[in-house]
Design a binder for this molecule. Structure first.
Ligand code: OOG
Ligand code: NI
Length: 465
């Protein structure tokens, strides 16, 4: 019965493609962005042969053109739990926990993505998924109204859930089932020009927080952006205004470096879109809503716990110097600060490796006849094994908050108590989130073990642990 299952990696690749095509037709500016990124990437690869060689060795060059992340926001525990089931069909697991409440955004989030390096290579598609925290709304009547509205909607088609259940029961989907599933799942992420609420209700929700209106007033969690990966975000940022796209003032994340770390992101403002609201007398009222925007990102090496602590510390330092979050007024001063603060972060792969600040993958160099008794460090030094940076697959909470805010457009942010609640999030999700550091460590370990095994086979020595 199970011989003809399509691999979840294949389903994810189909879905990622279908999502990109849908978003292209919904938001034409996304196509402009893809075009811009493709040109910047081609130019960067031509101008930096060493980078091209590195990406070829790691295989990243093959996934670069299809690499995207999206973002959605759901309203209830049930929606989040079903989202987990639907993404599981595509081989995507919840990785990491992000608390956005300290930044004045009433959500907490995870990233659904593939976890094994081979699966990431097949399709690195990821979706930053946020759950609205109604409990952070102080107005009890509005909180109840929002909960009532959310309880009345079903964001998945019946068929999508049926196919997810079949996947769970039988362990997979055949090609017809998988293709049908992709089409059905896509409906959940579509933009709907008709709200499920009246204009008055919309305004009330919006008055509490624009994000609350975005989640509660619509039929489903429209994908709010789809982000391609660039190899030179400074170049992409400079190119955006030339193409009539106005980028946000600062690039989130670390400053420009020789060896990129983690993630740098920039976005442009949300579109104002016409929406028809329900009318008490059956007549629709026309209004508008800004939900969807564009984003570009550049990914660098994943950091270990130690590296991440240093990153968080230096970022904090740079932000403290300008008294908080950067804005249009202090963008230049902020970028300057950031450069200065991050001078303390080693900027060569050999230093990052030696100090245990980043994760790497190990590869054989092709040099034969390794000594049987050599340890990994000696095998590296003697040129049998080389290492390459392991790319960061996740997100950054401070950056995400900056992306949310620049697109929510709210000047005055609500103050929420700093109450991260991973346990509550996991209860809503119906599963624990995976620890991203453990995933990077596993990949690093597997690559080293494979090298040692291969060298051991050459020398006839026992396989090292
Ligand atoms: C998600 C914002 C976070 C990122 O890339 O950090 C994000 C949202 O606006 O829903 O996408
Ligand atoms: Ni994003």
């Amino acid at each position: 019965m199970s011989q003809n299952f399509v691999s979840p990696d294949q389903i994810r690749a189909w879905f990622s493609r279908a999502m990109s095509d849908m978003y292209k037709s919904e938001v034409p500016l996304y196509d402009t962005l893809l075009d811009l990124v493709a040109q910047v990437n081609a130019k960067t690869l031509a101008g930096q042969p060493e980078l091209a060689a590195q990406l070829t060795r790691t295989g990243e060059i093959e996934r670069l053109d299809i690499e995207r992340h999206g973002a959605i926001r759901v309203g209830t525990a049930e929606e989040l739990a079903n989202m987990r089931r639907v993404f599981a069909v595509m081989g995507m697991q919840p990785v990491g926990y992000y608390d956005l409440s300290p930044a004045g955004v009433p959500v907490h989030s995870t990233a659904f993505r593939a976890t094994h390096e081979a699966a990431l290579q097949a399709s690195p598609f990821r979706v930053f998924t946020s759950l609205l925290r109604l409990e952070l709304i102080d107005d009890a009547a509005l909180r109840e109204k929002a909960a009532r509205i959310l309880a009345a909607r079903q964001i998945f088609t019946a068929r999508a859930l049926e196919l997810a259940a079949r996947f769970e029961a039988e362990g997979g989907l055949d090609e017809a089932g998988a293709r049908e599933f992709v089409g059905e799942a896509l409906h959940t992420f579509r933009w709907h020009g008709e709200a499920t609420v009246s204009l008055d209700d919309y305004r009330e929700l919006h008055g509490q927080h624009r994000l609350i209106a975005d989640v509660v007033a619509f039929k489903g969690p429209h994908i709010n952006h789809l982000t391609p990966r660039t190899l030179d975000i400074d170049e992409a940022q400079a190119e955006m205004p030339r193409r009539g796209v106005s980028a946000k003032a600062v690039i989130e994340g670390p400053p420009p470096r020789k060896c990129p770390i983690l993630l740098r992101q920039t976005s442009f403002k949300a579109l104002e879109e016409a929406v028809s609201f329900t009318g008490a007398d059956g007549r629709a009222a026309v209004g508008s809503h800004t939900a969807r925007f564009g984003e570009i990102e550049q990914r660098g090496v994943a950091l270990t716990r130690k590296g991440r602590a240093l990153y968080d510390h230096l970022l904090d330092l740079a932000r403290t110097r300008i008294n908080g979050a950067p804005n249009e007024g202090n963008a230049d001063a902020y970028m300057q600060n950031l450069q200065e603060c991050f001078a303390a972060f080693p900027d060569s792969y050999s230093e990052l490796h030696a100090q245990g600040l980043a994760y790497f993958r190990y590869y054989l160099t092709g040099k034969a006849d390794a000594p049987a008794d050599a340890d990994p460090q000696a095998l590296i030094e003697q040129g049998y094994i080389r290492f390459e940076p392991l790319v960061y697959e996740d997100f950054l909470p401070v950056s995400a908050a900056g992306i949310f805010q620049s697109n929510l457009g709210d000047k005055a942010q609500a103050e929420y108590a700093q109450n991260a609640s991973q346990a509550a999030f996991e209860q809503a999700l119906g599963a624990p989130v995976l620890d991203e550091l453990a995933l990077y460590q596993d990949t690093q370990n597997r690559s080293l073990a494979a090298c040692l095994q291969a060298l051991g086979a050459q020398t006839g020595a026992p396989v090292a642990a």
